[in-house]
Design a protein around this ligand. Sequence first.
Ligand SMILES: Cc1cc2nc3c(=O)[nH]c(=O)nc-3n(C[C@H](O)[C@H](O)[C@H](O)COP(=O)(O)OP(=O)(O)OC[C@H]3O[C@@H](n4cnc5c(N)ncnc54)[C@H](O)[C@@H]3O)c2cc1C
Length: 499
Amino acid sequence: MDDSRRVVVVGSGPAGAMAALSLLRSGIPVTLMESGGRFPGGQLARVADRTVYRRGPRLADHLNPVASDDPASTWVQVLQPGGLSNYWSGAVPRFEPDDFREGERLHERYRWPLSYDDLVPYYERVERVLGVVGGGAPAPGSSAQVLARSVALPDDWRPAAARARSLGQAFGPLPVAAGSAWTVAARSRPFNSFRLVQGLRRYPHFELLLGAHVLGLEWRSDRGAVTGVLYHDRAAGCERRLAVAAVVAAAGALSTTKLLLDSACADFPQGLGDTEGLLGRYLHEHVHGWSILRVEPAMTRLAHLAHLTRRPVGDSSPLIAASCTVGPTSNLDRARSLLPGRSRSTGFGVNVFGTMVPRAGNRVRPHPTLRDEFGRPLAAVHLEYDAEERRNALTAGEGLVQVLESAGIAGGARWRPPEVLVGSSIHYGGTVRMHRSPRHGMADGWGRLHAVPNVAIADASGFTTGPEKNPTLTAMALAARAAERLAGDLKALPDGCRR
Ligand SMILES: Cc1cc2nc3c(=O)[nH]c(=O)nc-3n(C[C@H](O)[C@H](O)[C@H](O)COP(=O)(O)OP(=O)(O)OC[C@H]3O[C@@H](n4cnc5c(N)ncnc54)[C@H](O)[C@@H]3O)c2cc1C
């Protein structure tokens, strides 16, 4: 393989898979390094666009340790081919135009260095890869998602869509990465990023290294660039080095942050590329809760998830928003939605995702004493929500009840506020945030570290803020955009990205 332009992509989750695909399509050789050794597989059967059977690894059996000062919190990361796409639900709404600029009402540090329009071509590209099934009208100012197939709300739910619209919100089918309508497959989710990675083997300049845990990125101050990747080869049980022209970090928000912290050197004693003490700070995740909504009279079971979008930006405090996803309460409930005559229910499961304002004090840093399996410091996490953020998430379900009742349906709806568990949304981001100014963010608008431009951040650690939408579609679109820009950099310079 041509070393002068070789890019190492770290991680085979959704972000890494999308970055690798984009680099290869741009003619750049890629080595994808994945810490996990074996794809966990699974079983999946989909019939007429409904998942009727799925079985996969148990998340609790595969957690990679993260230290937290809050014993009640839960933090999730795995070291497996396919990453968290072995477990995800596949909800893929786009961010909206306001999501990239509304934080500026609070402070310029919350303005993204790119706009919704900048991301649209990449959203479209990723949506084609994911095979999205959804429906409903796009939010004001947004364009319609590229759908493989569309679905509609059941008739008795439709008045809620009209009512939500009159309030400046939307209620409709949630966009979901559904792949083929009919499938029998050896994986547990319709879209698993490792399947995309396996498909990359058709590119002659693609190399996949499984069991390759990246330990650090090697900075050369005379070249002003990273020139090598140090990794642990699990099969051989030894450390190795690979020369690189550039690196795409897509190890998931917590692991990417840890990788940069572990890559500290004389020029960057606080972590690679950290010139302003920002690395690991501004950690955000969704204030998350799950609860059951009781409705009277019974309503049609939802074979496809529905969601109520946030209230209009102007009606909320800056960066405070919440969405509610409505669906079956259990797998049995999901199966029942297929049966004629058993299609009505008085109970629906509701997932609430509330936002938080990213604050410097919420952070990931190296644990002073605990070590990972390679003797490096464990990632230590500190995160707390303020009272308004908790209240916003806890009361979001009441907004859903009001929409349903004022639409003249679900007259006697009852809602028990959920319990909020820190870390449980598994939508972590912000710790290597993008910002036009290096004072407010480590990465630029293309995900390249300001201080180390041949390292691009491709996962949600680059998010400037954390809107209430599920993050993976946007992380993948950013990954595709970052990869394309990196490919351009490599082609433009006679010596790749090296200065
Ligand atoms: C139960 C569940 C449901 C979810 N549902 C949704 C949903 O509906 N919609 C949504 O948007 N999101 C959802 N998510 C979150 C979603 O799965 C993540 O946002 C997404 O997987 C992140 O992608 P990623 O590629 O950035 O990271 P990951 O998926 O975490 O992948 C990171 C990869 O990097 C590898 N890696 C890590 N460190 C190293 C290293 N040092 N060297 C080499 N390799 C390394 C890991 O093994 C892994 O393969 C859900 C998550 C869970 C657990």
